[in-house]
Design a protein around this ligand. Structure first.
Ligand code: KIV
Ligand code: ZN
Length: 396
């Protein structure tokens, strides 16, 4: 994958979409996937045209190694990455699994926050800097495309983080990722961190800076977009936002936010947005994680309208209550949900769709009964409307 920052004909910078559904997404408790399932998702991600697919963590198990290798063999249109800690064995295993990939990437990481270095790694900061140099150099010995991540970047000392990023760049990292590992940052803090790195680290403007956000405070997408505004040109995300704890930034939300609000986040992606709904349903079916009804972009209600005022507006012009079209995410059309809030206009449209033509009196009578039914019943299905109309026709 080209590392050019401006890669589109629109004059806007290209934003690389790094999908980690198969790695960080799979780290959601209960979301582990079989090789066949991973291959089906990888096929969908290829069709979606994400830029990078993180296929797994090759050293984690024989199964993970086999998955990374199989994805590397199958995927032709995207870069395929494997995660590796800053350890020679991890990097060799990642490189081995990625041999069949057309565009392989080794993604190596180490923690840079005082807490992680002291408690988890039990390493002095200077030793961490040496490990960064050694791991990135070793990865560059295997592939040209090396991503380095500063785990827990948002709780790291800013001066030390600058030194760590500089060490990674000097050793040959082509992408530098600054994760909000525990979902702690606010958008202002996260964008300031990117601006600081760009201002203070020599060579930072010559690599792709990447955002990787977790959703512990529900800010993962907002933080990712803030990072892009500050100069990040890759975002790491998952379908439906699955991932460790409260999950990762949701791919569909980032991509559609950029598509819909390019005026405030002026970058473009190459994602085929009409494949989004299909990808969301597949990930939900494979993991068994239901998508909440009101989830942005892919929830069952994302393009559904129940209130009479909204239904009337949408029937007159969809833009009244829709900021993007359902077709743009691969849905056939928005749905008018029939319930007690529905108005005459929507009810008439529903009858027309179902093939009924009623005279004025029959229509008014049916509408009255429909409203009464709505007060008794939460969901009014097509069958209820059929029964209502048949009854009216029979008694008329
Ligand atoms: O959240 C995180 O810090 C990660 C890294 C391994 C990139 O997933
Ligand atoms: Zn993560």
């Amino acid at each position: 994958m080209s590392q050019e920052k401006t890669a589109t004909g629109s004059g806007q910078d290209h934003l690389y979409i790094f999908d980690t559904t198969l790695r960080d997404g799979e780290q959601s408790p209960g979301a582990s996937m079989t090789l066949e399932e991973k291959l089906r998702i990888a096929e969908t991600l290829d069709a979606l045209k994400v830029d990078v697919i993180e296929a797994g963590f090759a050293i984690a198990s024989e199964g993970d190694f086999a998955c990374v290798k199989a994805v590397a063999e199958q995927v032709r249109g995207c870069t395929v990455a494997s995660l590796a800690r800053a350890a020679p064995g991890d990097i060799e295993r990642a490189a081995e699994a990625l041999v069949p990939a057309i565009r392989p990437r080794i993604h190596t990481f180490i923690a840079t926050s005082p807490l992680h270095m002291k408690v988890k790694l039990q390493m002095q900061p200077e030793a961490v800097l040496e490990a960064i140099h050694a791991s990135v150099s070793k990865a560059r010995g295997h592939v040209d495309d090396v991503e380095w991540s500063a785990e827990d970047a948002t709780r790291s000392d800013p001066d030390f983080l600058c030194r760590a990023v500089e060490a990674a760049i000097r050793a040959g990292a082509t992408t530098v990722n600054l994760p909000d590992t525990v979902g702690y940052a606010t958008p202002e803090e996260y964008s300031a961190m990117f601006a600081d790195i760009l201002a203070r680290v020599p060579g930072a403007d010559g690599v792709i800076l990447s955002a990787h956000c977790h959703n512990d405070l529900g800010l993962a997408v907002a933080n990712s977009l803030a990072a892009v505004k500050a100069g990040a040109r890759q975002v790491e995300c998952t379908i439906n936002g699955i991932g460790e704890r409260a999950g990762n930034a949701a791919m569909e939300e980032i991509v559609m936010a950029i598509r819909t609000r390019g005026d405030v986040v002026p970058v473009t992606t190459r994602v085929e947005t009409t494949e989004i709904t299909k990808a969301s349903r597949l990930v939900s079916a494979v993991t068994g994680f239901a998508v909440q009804n009101n989830k942005a972009i892919v929830g069952a209600n994302a393009f559904a309208h129940e209130s009479g005022i909204h239904q009337d507006g949408v029937l007159k012009a969809a833009e009244t209550y829709e900021i993007m079209t359902p077709e743009s995410v691969g849905l056939n059309r928005s749905s008018l949900v029939m319930g007690k809030h529905s108005g005459r206009h929507a009810f008439a449209e529903k009858l027309r769709e179902m093939g009924y033509t009623l005279g004025e009196n029959a229509f008014q009578e049916c509408f009255k009964r429909f409203k009464a039914l709505g007060d008794r019943k939460k969901h009014i299905y097509d069958e209820d409307i059929i029964a209502l109309v048949d009854d009216e026709v029979a008694t008329a």
